[in-house]
Write a protein that binds this ligand. Structure first.
Ligand code: ATP
Ligand code: MG
Length: 348
């Protein structure tokens, strides 16, 4: 378990001070794929780099599996830190491979200080290349690899010493959508098969949605919202979180539709319905249409599968008598559907 408590970090530049981390507290449990999302400059890299003390916080404490790294004017010795770092691998946006070394040597480099014999190192490197499916590239140079392949070499290198934790700083940001998907699938596999705890930072909600179990949203050095990915998607509280979510959902297009002057709710009521876990399968839309004599026009619909559970959101225009519409809305609420009336003002 990784516990960050009240971390603060300010960079002192010539003319100004930059508060990169402001009183951040987070707990990352073993086996989590923990996402940290935020816009550029939010402090994500600064924060993730404190976990292996590449960045030393000004105050606050960091504890990993009960061992204090920093806290209360204490800081771990360099020798102990080396030991701790063996348990924490890290990957980066630009891979950080040694261009003059082959794929094999890039991975073997991480075992330089291990007590392994040459033969043992060779065996381990091939094990790792096998894990990331790159055995056939052992003798080529990084320049001969695609971005996705380079990142897989970096992952093999990061895992060489059997770490419990992998830190990923925008590992898929330089990759095309196909390669991104492959790397995320590989991270998920490593999490599942090796029990690897992964802390990843990203500015894309799609990445969070695809693999994370928990997420923290960072803004201007602070964690402004944190929770299980499903709960955050179902009930985002902060404007920035809502913005990130609408960037991955087709429902974000509702404002475009309204801007295009489509007459969406001439006689009716435009509402957003959210169906969570249990209610997703129920035929509530045809049900209200029959029971209350209202027409239900589906304007936009979005279904996500988050952590194996469905989350459905639909924007509909309800048309009919006002009383019937209100009764239909009450009925939906009674059936645990989250109903929000949408006004044009609210969307903008
Ligand atoms: N070594 C440094 N010296 C001075 N200022 C720094 C340093 N590293 C980061 N900063 C500043 O701290 C703030 C947070 O930077 P950080 O790199 O942690 O953000 P980020 O969320 O990772 O951004 P990005 O998405 O662009 O990578 C920024 O204002 C940045 O300019
Ligand atoms: Mg960064």
């Amino acid at each position: 378990m990784i516990e960050l408590k009240n971390l603060c970090k300010t960079y002192h530049l010539k003319t100004i001070d930059v508060e990169a981390i402001k009183d951040v507290s987070l707990t990352i449990n073993d086996g989590d794929i923990y996402g940290i999302i935020g816009y550029s400059g939010a402090g994500k890299s600064s924060l993730i780099r404190t976990i292996n003390l590449l960045e030393v916080p000004d105050s606050g404490s960091i504890t990993i599996d009960g061992k204090i790294l920093v806290g209360n004017d204490y800081i771990i010795s360099n020798k102990e830190l080396q030991q701790v770092r063996k348990n924490i691998g890290m990957i980066f946006q630009h891979f950080n491979l040694l261009d003059r070394n082959t794929v094999f040597d890039n991975v073997a480099y991480a075992l330089k200080h291990s007590k392994k014999t040459k033969e043992e190192i060779k065996k381990r490197v091939y094990e790792l290349l096998n894990l990331v499916d790159l055995v056939d590239k052992a003798d080529v140079y990084p320049s001969q690899l695609s971005g996705g392949q380079k990142q897989r070499v970096a992952i093999a290198r990061a895992l060489a010493n059997n770490p419990k934790v992998l830190l990923s700083d925008e590992a898929t940001s330089a990759l095309d959508p196909d390669a991104t998907e492959q790397i995320l699938a590989l991270l998920k596999k490593l999490n599942k098969e090796l029990g690897l705890t992964i802390v990843l930072i990203t500015h894309e909600m799609a990445v969070i949605k695809t693999i994370c179990s928990r997420v923290a949203v960072m803004e201007k050095g602070e964690v402004v919202e944190e929770g299980a990915v499903y709960d955050i998607f179902a009930h985002p509280k902060m404007p920035i979180t809502k913005k990130f979510i609408s960037s991955t959902s087709v429902l974000g297009k509702i404002s475009d539709l309204i801007d295009s002057n489509l007459d969406l709710n001439k006689d009716g009521e435009l509402v957003k319905l959210q169906f969570e876990k249990k209610t997703v399968g129920n035929a509530l839309i045809s049900d209200i249409s029959r029971r209350f004599n209202v027409d239900v026009n589906i304007v936009l619909a979005n279904v996500e599968i988050l952590q194996s559970s469905p989350l459905g959101s639909v924007i509909v225009s309800l048309e009919g008598k006002k009383e019937d519409i209100n009764n239909a809305i009450d009925y939906l609420k009674e059936n645990h559907v989250d109903v929000k009336k949408i006004t044009k003002e609210e969307i903008r």
